[in-house]
Design a protein around this ligand. Structure first.
Ligand SMILES: *Cc1c(COP(=O)(O)O)cnc(C)c1O
Length: 472
């Protein structure tokens, strides 16, 4: 991940925070790129989403809650599909998934990328047909693979020799020929604005191109009668803003595709270029719209194919974050506010909310940056450097490391953190026995719960201690 000027979580940052953080002219103003399309601050000072007042949403659904702008989600999904057509756009379910989300994605003409039996189960429950699914993963059991095959999953991406053997065996047991794609590690690793083209390959995913493992995988698949090799896949990273990394990855992938013709006489019809398109979490991020990404990726593929003298293969992409991320904000209620003295007479305000690392682990896990705003009212107080923290027993329980919030933020206020639609609910935990928040979809002035709030009863249901006592 990017090195932050703020350094480690235990802040050396002064009153001004990290270098990229601007003192806002108006602490009430929303920065449009950070918010979904239908979020605005109303005349009365409180945020509205698709016409609904966040104070009423908090009243009805409680806090914390993930508030998802459904039309914005659909628009982003459709924008990717239209911009990249005729490419297949697989929505990466791991970003955020539910039955309703699977149906929106289908209705908008996308397909779905699942990577575990659990994600597959949700897709199938939602009625996603097998031909609209690609199955990823690096260690799927025979049972998971079997369920995928029984659902006629169109493509299984294989990630190791063991999986090739396992997929071949499970397919042979069913008397079918399963279509597979090889996940190739092309030696490009991209994060944010930078990438390394000679990334060392000391990681669990994929089969190395440079090391020959990808070629060996191809040989093994071609030797397995129950497998049909249809393409090559590469996923170079996440939260990428620049297509330069994709360019090198695409060149290497297409180079391999071309070489396989000569060596094995096979013409693989597909390349899957993965996901990883970046979104704005703070004002330092500057994402490109799908149309611009698509144009530059199309140009890259066409140029490379022309140079190799081959037809353009069918292309797939797998955006997750770029569709789900910006659609959602987390609505929290402030519980305590603490002014902490730092070195040199500087101060930082700690605003503790009623959630934390259980509903957003990305700050602690990736040193990710987020933004926040006072959501329930407008304030005339000056901006102070604040840190939004949670209620967990962990000093790393930080949601937003650095943000300017009004100096009068107080218990009972609502704070909204945008950009939490991807990898927040899907990575949520029950740490400290905190029940996971609901996901509430809002559209045209109506709200509906996609995933309900967990209850303490839900947590106790897994705990067999009471059963034992009752049975004794
Ligand atoms: C995580 C992942 C994606 C989606 O990544 P985003 O950053 O959410 O776009 C796509 N494909 C594969 C194989 C992945 O592992």
């Amino acid at each position: 991940m990017r090195a932050h000027e703020a350094g480690a979580l235990h802040g050396q940052a002064g009153d001004h925070g990290p270098a990229w953080l601007r003192v806002p002219d108006d602490v009430n103003a929303l920065v449009p790129v950070l918010w979904s399309e239908h979020v605005a601050r109303a005349e009365d000072g409180a945020l509205r989403v698709a016409g609904l007042d966040v104070r009423e949403l908090a009243q009805e659904f409680g806090t914390p809650a993930y508030i998802l702008d459904e039309a914005d989600f659909r628009n982003r999904a459709r924008a990717f599909r239209e911009a990249f057509a005729p490419a297949t756009v697989y929505y990466a379910a791991k970003a955020f998934f539910s039955v309703a989300v699977a149906r929106w994605v289908l209705e908008e003409g996308l397909s779905v990328d699942v990577s575990t039996g659990g994600e597959l189960a949700v897709a199938l429950a939602a009625g996603v047909p097998g031909e609209r699914l690609v199955f990823h993963g690096n260690n799927r059991s025979a049972a998971e693979l079997g369920r995928a095959m029984d659902a006629n999953v169109a493509r299984i991406v294989v990630d190791s020799y063991d999986e090739i053997e396992r997929v071949a065996r499970v397919a042979a047991e069913r008397g079918i020929r399963q279509r597979v794609i090889v996940r190739v590690t092309v030696g490009v690793e991209a994060h944010t604005h930078e990438f390394i083209a000679t990334a060392h390959e000391d990681q669990k995913f994929g089969l190395s191109l440079a090391g020959g493992a990808a070629d060996e995988a191809v040989r093994r698949i071609l030797a397995a009668p129950s497998l049909e090799l249809v393409g090559l896949h590469s996923h170079i990273g996440s939260q990428i803003f620049d297509t330069a990394g994709f360019e090198i990855a695409t060149r290497r992938l297409l180079g391999m595709l071309h070489r396989l013709r000569g060596e094995h006489g096979i013409e693989l019809p597909e390349v899957d270029l993965g996901g990883g398109f970046g979104i704005a979490y703070t004002t330092q991020d500057d994402p490109q719209p799908p149309r611009v990404l698509a144009e530059s990726m199309r140009a890259i593929v066409e140029r490379e194919c022309a140079a190799l003298g081959m037809d353009v293969p069918h292309v797939s992409i797998e955006p997750g974050r770029a569709i789900a991320g910006p659609t959602t904000f987390t609505l929290y209620e402030v519980g305590t506010v603490k002014d902490v003295a730092l070195d040199g007479g500087r101060r930082r305000t700690y605003v503790a909310v009623d959630g934390g690392m259980s509903d957003n682990i990305r700050t602690a896990l990736y040193d990710a940056s987020y933004s926040a705003t006072l959501a329930s009212r407008r304030s005339d107080a000056g901006p102070v450097l604040s840190r939004v923290v949670g209620k967990h027993c962990e000093s790393g329980d930080v949601v937003v490391k650095d943000e300017f919030l009004p100096a009068d933020v107080a218990p009972g206020d609502l704070v909204a953190v945008p950009g939490t639609g991807a990898y927040c609910r899907s990575m949520a935990s029950n740490y400290n026995h905190v029940p996971r928040p609901p996901v509430v979809a809002v559209r045209d002035g109506a709200a509906r719960v996609l995933l309900r709030r967990e209850t303490e009863q839900d947590l106790l249901r897994l705990d067999t201690g009471l059963d034992v006592e009752e049975g004794a």
